[in-house]
Structures are given as structure tokens and as C-alpha cells.
Write a protein that binds this ligand. Structure first.
Ligand code: RP5
Length: 164
């Protein structure tokens, strides 16, 4: 199976990416994680993106906060699918990172998930890899069914408590 590359702009983004790694791990998807910044280490970020396909990656997840150019900078240097996670920092509630990540010019797409959307970034990368992997697609189907069952359990508990 292809690996998922995870790049974060700072180790201060790690709590969000832990959810990404946990979700990928629960689906037995291999990943490799790095701290590279579009601004502080632009050469390392570029080199990672440019060599990712030949190194066996199938998708790259890039997470950054503030003026979040990392996902776009990664996408500029690869034609692998790039998923951007805008991270909420101390100012502006993450709207700064959301707009910086999502508003890419035509030609260089970044699939942007919600602010702090670490779980959905993992699931979207899994869905991309599952296009050519029936076993992984089956795991995703099973997860959807399990998640739905949890909601229905909660509904049943509320019914019992509230509807007398
Ligand atoms: C961004 O700046 C990082 O992705 C992080 O979200 C934010 C703050 O970084 P630190 O100052 O905590 O290293 O580049």
C-alpha cells in the first residue's frame, strides 16, 4: 500500500495530527510524519514534496496554522493529492489558516478539510488510497457502519431517557 505523508508546520500542530495518525493506524495505513515549514524550512518542504511520489507516498497531508502556506507549497511541488488541514492558533480562531489553505489558485489544488480536521484528513486520504484497494474500501465501509451504529445507540439511550 502507498504511504501517507504527514507534514506539519510546527510541532505545536502535533495534537491535531495525532488524531490523523490514530485514524490512519486504525485502518492499518502506513504513514510517515515530518515537521517542515513553508516559511522556516522551505527547501526541506519542497524536497519532501518533490521526492514523495518516488518514495512511495500516495497522498500528502499538510497541516499549518496562521499564514498557512504549507499545503499550497507542498502541492506546488508534486502532483500527488494534497490534503490541507488549517490549524487553529491563538489569533483569529483558525480563519486565517482556513483561508490561506483553501484559497488556492487554479492549477494547484489543495483539498482542504475543516479547521483542526485531523480525522477527516486521514479518512479522505484513506478514501483516495481505497480507489485502487478493495480491502481498504471494505474497512472504510465497516467503519461507516460502526459509526452509524454508535449514533443509533445514542438515539436509543435518549429515547429511553427522554420519551416517557
Ligand atoms: C505555523 O505557525 C505552524 O503550522 C503553527 O500552526 C504556527 C505557529 O508555529 P509555532 O510558533 O508554534 O512554531 O507555521
Amino acid at each position: 500500500m502507498k504511504k501517507v505523508g504527514i507534514v506539519m508546520g510546527s510541532d505545536s500542530d502535533l495534537p491535531i495530527l495525532r488524531k490523523t495518525m490514530d485514524t490512519l493506524g486504525s485502518l492499518d495505513i502506513p504513514y510517515e510524519c515530518h515537521v517542515y515549514s513553508a516559511h522556516r524550512t522551505p527547501e526541506e518542504a519542497r524536497d519532501f514534496a518533490a521526492s514523495a511520489r518516488e518514495k512511495g507516498f500516495g497522498v500528502i497531508i499538510a497541516a499549518a496554522g496562521m499564514a498557512a502556506h504549507l499545503a499550497g507549497a507542498i502541492a506546488a511541488n508534486t502532483t500527488l493529492p494534497v490534503i490541507g488541514i488549517p490549524c487553529k492558533s491563538t489569533c483569529l480562531d483558525g480563519i486565517d489558516a482556513l483561508l490561506s489553505t483553501v484559497m488556492m489558485p487554479s492549477g494547484i489544488p489543495v483539498a482542504t478539510v475543516a479547521i483542526n480536521g485531523g480525522v477527516n484528513a486521514a479518512l479522505l486520504s484513506a478514501q483516495i488510497l481505497a480507489v485502487e484497494d478493495p480491502a481498504l474500501a471494505a474497512k472504510l465501509d465497516q467503519k461507516r457502519r460502526a459509526d452509524a451504529a454508535k449514533v443509533l445507540e445514542k438515539d436509543a439511550a435518549l429515547q429511553a431517557e427522554l420519551n416517557v
